[in-house]
Write a protein that binds this ligand. Sequence first.
Ligand code: AQP
Length: 332
Amino acid sequence: MTRVFSGIKPTGHLTLGNYLGAMRRWADVDQHRAESLFCVVDLHALTVDHDPARVRRLSRQAATLLLATGLDPELCTLFVQSHVDEHSRLSYVLECVATDGEMRRMIQYKEKTARERERGLSVRLSLLTYPALMAADILAYGTDEVPVGEDQSQHVELTRDLAVRFNQRYGHTFVVPRATRPEVAARVMNLQEPTSKMGKTDDSGPGIVYLLDEPDVVRKKVMRAVTDSGSDVVYDRDARPGVANLLEILAACEGADPEALSGAYTTYGALKKDTAEAVVELLRPVQERHRELCADPGYVDGVLRTGAERARALARPRVDAAYRAIGLLPAS
Ligand code: AQP
């Protein structure tokens, strides 16, 4: 059976981009057709300046929201990365396979380095080695498919390179995974800056729709979205990024094609209104379920405990094999 792994970082409140680009497919498709593991990758959240209590809070919130979107612990394994030591163990081995140049080429490293420096902060070494940990997350489980948004494609490519290199040098140990992406909304853009990704760690609140935003807040953000000069509704990502973003969001909500949808609108106002209502309706059941789950924290803890046990049992044999293959003496 195909094995799927994907993760989400507790670096901020989860956004519509996280949902449409990744989480929705995990719940609606992946867990039903594949042996799926979904992870709150909290170790990754330590690669930038952070508040420890906030990371803990966001980790729990991310796990709760993942359940609220429909992940079913009977169908998939949901766990927290730091609860399974195999991720860090394997990450070190992969750092010994990767090169410094490879890590420095990562777009996300360049972007996040610039962001930390702008804030007057020094760059943590773990930000550079982050892709080795992400590769470990994926490779530890013999993952075939990694369902992610477009922004993560480069990291999955590097993971493939590391798997192939390790297998060639030290013997076949890892499955070489591939990234899978949604057809629409693989990259949801910031409503105020439609040429930038809607990212959860950005500070531009009005341009980001959070999964837990109240309906009126969602409406306000969408109605105030930056549109392009011109007034006709055309789907063109390069020339009309603002309108294209709205069309993609609406299309993703309705399971439609953005280009086809553009023909149904003559004004930006009508497009915004329909998009706002579609997002409100999309988020309504997730928010309701989230409220119920928050009232039962013991249930969430239990899911994460069982998930970590299952994940550990799956990862350990492969990570042990990687240790032996690369030359480490097994503990007797
Ligand atoms: N705007 C987006 N459009 C489509 N997909 C997106 N994803 C994130 N933002 C968008 C996808 O969500 C999954 C989990 O993301 P992550 O937690 O690994 O963080 P990220 O990709 O780096 O996104 P953020 O929200 O911008 O976090 P920060 O700011 O901390 O980096 C991934 O599959 C991602 O592709």
